[in-house]
Design a protein around this ligand. Sequence first.
Ligand code: HEC
Length: 414
Amino acid sequence: MTVWRDLGLFSKTSIIIALVLVVFFFVGAVVEYRQQREFIIEEAIAKAELVAAEAIRSREYLSAQLTTGKVELSLDRYGLIPVVASQRIGEQVGIDLGYRIRQVSLRNRNPKNAPDPFEEKILNRFISNPAVDEGFAISTLDKEQVFRYLKPFRVEESCLVCHGVPDEAPGFIKQLFPPESDRAYNYKIGEIIGAASVTIPMERLQQRLIINLRDDLVALGAMLLALVFCLGLLTRVTVVNPLGRFNASIERIIRTGRFDQKLPLRGRDEIGRLVAAFNEMLDHLSEKSRHIEESEQRYRALTESARNPIISFLANGQIILFNRQAEKVFGYSKREALGLHIRQLIDPDCPSLDGKDFDEFWQGELSELLSETRMISCRSRDGSAMQLELSLTEVETEGGGFYTSVLRRPPTER
Ligand code: HEC
């Protein structure tokens, strides 16, 4: 989790966008695959329908022509028998297209036209339910995946010549298919006599499917990649780069301490508002630091120009302010005095100490020292003692407070 938190904004958005788009891609691929499959099956149905309709129409046409044209069929003209002719034409067309077209019947005359189990099932469905007008499915045939389609044949007037009452059938038909053993006589008009059966190898369809799918997925992938690129570029240009510049400017200001160096303003978007707010904060800061500097200067001028020694020290006794007059009176330079303990400026024999050690005296007399002036015997650098009048004040600050002592020579010594 921390790894993720430490990642750059750009990496984070890129990862999220990429993940979302990968999901999109897979969903898109699945939807696309389904659509393509449906489309290809629809196409296969349309093709099979066409082929079957062709077979039915050509057989019907031949059948009608033979009846009206009074063509005498004989054994020599066997190939002109409607079903035989349309069957053979269908075979040729099938070879051209890579399909297989058959005309099948449960009561077949020619054993070649016997249905296989799949065809038998569909034929039975046609017979039991006259409303069914076609049947199709994807199944396997000789271990090959195939699309299969069947369209029923119904008996009509012209068929009865050879499929009606055996007595009326042409002699050669009766001779070839003796009524005693042939089952394709005695049909009635409207009855299902068989079906056109079209078989299309799935491999052919799937090749199309794969090509279509590949093309579509390449297009989808390219589109999503372009999207990733654009979104990445967008976050880089609108968020990551401006934030980077913002950050660099802040770091520069922290390094140089120059609050007057404002950041260049940009539009009124979120980052723009952030920059504007930051600039405003810089204004406040630079104003504040100017005030502090001025008051420090005033304070320094005040203490430096004072006619009395002024010495400030922390509660632990460390000297933090030593004015010019103090330098003169005590003989220490500012640099030497700052950091010294205040104890070192007191004469150990000072009567006020009353023989006590400094810390004891300090603790015992502090409240009195704060409320009244007191004569103190001080010690300068060269060890000489001098009597000075001490007035002490306490200053409370957030940093812990300190004491300021103003020392004065007694009036007689001035
Ligand atoms: C001139 C005679 C004749 C006519 C008319 C005729 N058929 Fe046939 N039919 C045959 C013969 C002969 C066969 C056997 C074909 C073969 O050897 O493949 C056959 C076979 C079939 C078959 C294939 C199943 C099988 O029995 O082998 C179907 C289906 C069929 N006929 C339907 C029809 C329909 C529908 C019509 C009317 C539109 C029709 N036939 C008109 C003579 C005829």
